[in-house]
Design a protein around this ligand. Structure first.
Ligand SMILES: *[C@@H]1O[C@H](CO)[C@@H](O)[C@H](O)[C@H]1NC(C)=O
Ligand SMILES: *[C@@H]1O[C@H](CO)[C@@H](O)[C@H](O)[C@H]1NC(C)=O
Ligand SMILES: *[C@@H]1O[C@H](CO)[C@@H](O)[C@H](O)[C@H]1NC(C)=O
Length: 358
């Protein structure tokens, strides 16, 4: 027990917050092509009529339109049937109201539809075909989210016996065959049962844009938009449209955005955890690291990244399984800056040391 405390406090020494460049402020998961979203959101906040919610919507919809790295918007992450479905959420840090859409089909503007859920209903989450119907009744255009490029990719995947995929404990063997699959009988009292439920590594495609904005007046908003995981089982919804997982914001405290293996991450509500950590007095970086370490304890092999910002614009991130990056722009910065976050390998080692001693 004593040893755990020592490791934790050593760790706390090197997790000072990154200073805020001032308000207005925008921060989001990933650099590279995702900085177009940071710039669009930041520049929108220079106009007096743009709210924190507007900035998040403008930023995330930039990625939905230009596709960023293919993980947001149409034409990416096809499911087993080669269909792209979209997940998005947008949250207001003043009211804590959140508008979310999951498994949205045939509509490109996922975060705008989420904004309509927030503003024109008292619900939080609409899903699937009926979310599409809601969007159409609000004037959104139906369109085909599948590109010719994607159709070719899907044909090649089938040619390669549908590898990789997300099926387990089914027949025929999902490691060598395409479906249709049927579940094999399992014995939940058997000692090998649990092992058979754990994925044996990180999945391949799981980037997402999650963004937090702070208006010059100090009001905050957060949002996420993604097309999910490539070769997902049709109907799969990830962490993106789950409040507290894809993103989270409490304007009295701060906000958080996540990216990574969403099926795992949503079981831990890492963004809710990180914002609560801020509330307890942790720095943004320490808050992010604690939230990621809670996942690593149970799933050490996944890829995770979260970015955390307090209400003043001090920020930090944490990741594991890859080198996570995030982008920010605030105050009078002339360009977006990208921060590279080394994976939490030391943390993982300390955790297993602790477990071995226990
Ligand atoms: C959507 O577009 C793709 C690629 O051009 C095409 O293969 C597919 O048939 C279209 N789907 C519908 C429903 O029109
Ligand atoms: C399930 O596993 C338990 C523990 O190994 C074993 O005692 C039991 O016979 C198994 N049940 C079946 C139906 O195989
Ligand atoms: C931004 O650019 C202007 C004009 O080139 C310059 O005066 C200013 O110092 C720059 N600000 C920062 C924060 O780099």
């Amino acid at each position: 027990m004593k040893r755990t405390v020592t490791i934790m406090s050593l760790f706390a020494l090197r997790v000072a917050a990154q200073a805020s460049p001032g308000l207005p402020f925008v921060i989001n998961t990933w650099g590279g092509p995702f900085t177009a979203a940071t710039d669009a959101a930041y520049l929108s906040l220079q106009r007096p009529t743009t709210s924190a919610l507007d900035a998040v919507e403008i930023g995330c919809s930039t990625c939905e339109k230009n596709q960023c790295d293919g993980s947001v918007g149409f034409g990416g992450s096809p499911d087993e049937d080669c269909e792209t479905t979209l997940d998005a959420m947008i949250m207001d840090g003043t009211t804590m109201k959140s508008g979310n859409v999951a498994g949205l089909r045939r509509i490109k503007d996922a975060i705008a539809v989420a904004r309509h859920v927030l503003e024109y209903t008292t619900h939080t989450l609409l899903a699937g075909d009926l979310a599409t119907q809601f969007a159409v009744s609000n004037g959104f255009a139906l369109s085909n989210l599948t590109t010719t490029e994607q159709t070719k990719r899907c044909a090649a995947w089938r040619e390669e016996h549908c590898q990789p995929n997300y099926r387990i404990n089914v027949s025929p063997d999902p490691k060598t065959s395409c479906g249709p699959y049927t579940g094999v009988a399992l014995n939940s009292s058997s000692p090998v049962y649990q092992r058979g439920l754990i994925p044996d590594g990180s999945q391949t495609s799981h980037d997402t844009i999650s963004m937090i904005s702070i208006h010059s007046s100090g009001t905050m908003a957060a949002g996420t938009s993604t097309n999910g995981a490539t070769w997902k089982v049709p109907g799969r919804v990830g962490d993106g449209p789950i409040t507290g997982s894809g993103s989270y914001v409490d304007g009295d405290v701060g906000g958080c955005g996540a990216t990574g293996d969403g099926d795992i991450m949503m079981r831990f509500l890492p963004c809710y955890q990180a914002v609560e950590n801020l509330r307890q007095g942790m720095s943004p970086k320490a808050a992010a690291e604690d939230a990621v370490k809670r996942i690593l304890r149970k799933y050490p092999d996944g890829s995770y990244g979260i970015v955390v910002v307090d209400k003043d614009g001090q920020h930090g991130g944490a990741g594991a399984g890859w080198t996570f990056t995030y982008a920010f722009r605030g105050g009078n910065m002339n360009a977006t800056e990208v921060v590279s976050v080394p994976p939490l390998t030391e943390a993982r080692r300390s955790e297993s040391e602790t477990v071995m001693q226990a």
